[in-house]
Design a binder for this molecule. Sequence first.
Ligand SMILES: Cc1cc2nc3c(=O)[nH]c(=O)nc-3n(C[C@H](O)[C@H](O)[C@H](O)COP(=O)(O)O)c2cc1C
Length: 261
Amino acid sequence: MSDSTRSASSTIKNLFAFDSPEYVNRARQVSGDGPKSTSTPGTATTVTSLMRTRHSVRSFWPTPVPRDLLRQVLALAQQTASNSNCQPWRLKILTGDALQRLSSALLEAVKAGVEPTTAPIPEHFKHYRSEFGHLLYGSEGYDIPREDREAAETARRRNYKFFDAPVGMIIYIDKSLADVDVMCVGMYLQSLSLLLAERGIACCWQVSVAGYPDVVRKELRIGDEMLVLSGGAVGYEDVNARPNGIRSARDVWQDHAEFVE
Ligand SMILES: Cc1cc2nc3c(=O)[nH]c(=O)nc-3n(C[C@H](O)[C@H](O)[C@H](O)COP(=O)(O)O)c2cc1C
């Protein structure tokens, strides 16, 4: 066997070793019994069941996510399809002090009144945001009275603390790539979310964090040639925490897709 064949076959072997029941069980043991997620491994392990149970999570247990488990899902998510196999996704995965430093820098910018660069939502899509806002801040979510602007702002700012998740992510892409490549990063994030959910780990992607690209770039030494696409909060869901109870509704698929014959 040539060196290159040997190394390719060992990569494939390593990939599937990650998937063995022994590996997943070991990762579960490391993660401990404490936090329980609605997507606990074993209860939702098909793509269909994961699609039914997945949801964004905005409150986490402080329990660390085992580094090996993260390596496992990152190795598997690398299998995502991409245009010309460019694999355009780039990630910084932050824990501990690095995560605290980025959170502090982001909050500082927010408090200083720096305007986020987030693109505005077009008028004809605004009703989605408004419905979602009612759900998140209303009685099923944070339960903040309409007039209590300060409480709503405090809740909103939790974004910049990555909702106190033990793991924060920054997702970025080379600016010289095209829309189709950004689409591939989206596909990658969906792979990552489902692989995490399969292992009982929840997440929330965060465009809010990407609204401060200069802060993120400076703190993480990401070059100007890169576009910051999203943040991400990753960890074990605190199922008892208020905002995690919400489940946002969906349009029927017929509003979004049609057969053409
Ligand atoms: C790219 C992306 C960015 C998002 N940014 C935020 C964010 O900044 N803050 C937040 O609370 N939720 C954010 N979300 C979560 C969405 O609000 C959520 O996916 C949507 O309301 C549907 O709810 P569900 O994920 O629970 O099904 C984001 C989701 C995606 C995919």
